[in-house]
Ligand binder design. Structure first.
Ligand SMILES: [Zn+2]
Length: 95
């Protein structure tokens, strides 16, 4: 998952605003799991909408999407390493 600073950087590029409160709230270690719970997206996005407006709610959803994307990229890397190691083990060369 991207760090809070990375999320802030991405929000700034997207909206011109940091939305630091949004990202810090989502990634707050003791609550991190429940705040990334996809089944509560509607509840939490409404909360952000009421508190900071529509764009903040959108940045909350985007944070979750960026986390998923980060995980997926990581997964692809892990699988690629596994494939490379297996090929190397059997003496095959990577093209
Ligand atoms: Zn996160």
């Amino acid at each position: 998952m991207p760090s809070i600073e990375k999320h802030i950087e991405t929000s700034t590029k997207r909206t011109g605003k940091q939305y630091r409160q949004v990202h810090e709230w989502i990634d707050d270690p003791p609550y991190k799991d429940e705040r990334h719970d996809i089944t509560r997206v509607l509840e939490f996005s409404r909360m952000f909408q009421d508190k900071y407006g529509e764009e903040a709610a959108q940045e909350y959803v985007q944070h979750l999407a960026d986390d998923l994307n980060g995980k997926f990229n990581h997964l692809v890397e892990d699988v690629q390493n596994l494939v490379d190691n297996t090929l190397a083990y059997f003496g095959a060369k990577k093209r």
